[in-house]
Design a protein around this ligand. Sequence first.
Ligand code: NAD
Length: 499
Amino acid sequence: MQDEAYQTTDFIGGHWLEGDGEPREIIDPATGEAFVAVRDATIEQAHSAVVAAKRAGARWAGRTTVERAAVMRRVADLVRRDAETLASLVVREQGKPISEARGEVAGAAGFFDYFAEFARRIRGDILPSDVPGEQICIQRVPVGIVAGIIPWNYPAALVSRKVAPAMIAGDTIVIKPHEMTPLSALHMATLLEEAGVPSGVVNVVTGDGPSVGAALASCDDVALISMTGSVRAGKQIMRSAADNLTQPSLELGGKAPFIVLENADLEFAVRSAVTSRFMNCGQVCICNERTLVAQPIFDEFLERYVELTRTLRVGHPMQETTDIGPKVSLPELKKVEAPVDGAIERGARPALRGGRPDEPPTVGGYWMTPTVLVDVPQVDQIMQSEVFGPVVPVVPFADFDEAVTVANSSRYGLSAYDFTNDFTKEMDTVTDIDFGEVYVNRIGPESFQGFHTGYRQSGIGGDDGEFGLDAYLRNMSVYDNYARHPVGAQMPYGKAAAE
Ligand code: NAD
């Protein structure tokens, strides 16, 4: 089974350790076979990673941002040097096509470059005081220790998305990758070490959510829990965070509406809708999960949509020509089958019926070909719950108001798409749509300098850009009464105190 030897599965305080927890087989989704076994960390090891992060904190925060950025740029270069190795690792443990994995790894490097740019851009504020001879400075200081809990669908890029802002902010961090996909994070840790990131600044512990993840989320010393994952786990983490009043930043699921208005460029909209649904086998939080199409163009759109979807090649993810790799795991595949079967039982009609292929690219892989459904009522589960697979309902709407109403009627509020050539309608969408991220005539991925944020149950807080960096910093107000004037009567509620 073991064709790659990962003897060490945790990176704590600059030391590579074998977890003391249960052994866990890492499965190649393209074959269904284990190719390496790692040992989970224990709860004690998770705590020791937090202790290591705490020890490293003051010295790291004491370095100038320019010094921190220099190390980060070295990390970016090393990620690029190892791009092909990392991309293959992403494919092996997660199953996305190699062409997409390369894009993910470019993103993993890019986050370090981007956040290094903040070396001279973290700004506080200076305000005039009510007291003569005093300045009020709002300083931006590190939050302290961050727990970065990440999912399996982008196992390399999401490490960088948490680590890079933490590093430039002067925080230290403990990363917990998803239990199915720990290898990319462990490889990233070797690069962080090689780049000269001081011991304890970045730590990686492996293991599952209810044990290792929960241990980090409920740890009193953790100042920020930055988690990307499901709504279910996000709620559990928030409950744990509440006990210690730890700040949560939660990037959760989505049910993105993809609105195509009557005057849209049809060819462009069809291509975009297909890519946005089927990339990474539909396992992206911002994926097109509900395609909403103006009634007058519905039939033509559907025909072209199905036609193009049929051409997508489901194949081994290491093949350059593959469009759709396997689902990440058998349970995840079954999770997608259930709502499709249910919707069809309730009357939905498959315009294209996919599922497990009769002639799979390999025996044992978690293959799934695309399904396109029509005649799906808005109340159906498949219109309401995130599916996270190569399945999409396509629904007509009568007018713009109906499209927006249907789009907004969701407990998720992460991403929404609008394809139109009408500038007024573009602006109307931006005004009326109630989602954290709106893509007009464009699909994802999001940009480093944007703000990736979800409304309603899609999360709290957000990642990326200057606004994402905010979560990794705290404000400190410094009253500098350099003239040593007595302070009291001038203050809004100071008189009584002065008397
Ligand atoms: P998941 O919630 O099962 O796991 C995410 C992480 O949380 C894993 O590391 C897991 O071990 C950990 N975890 C689970 N329960 C926990 C607990 N009680 N305490 C602490 N940690 C816990 O999600 P997943 O299946 O890995 O990922 C798929 C989900 O992630 C989808 O819903 C997808 O939409 C979402 N996602 C969101 C974004 C975004 O940016 N909004 C990006 C990618 C994925």
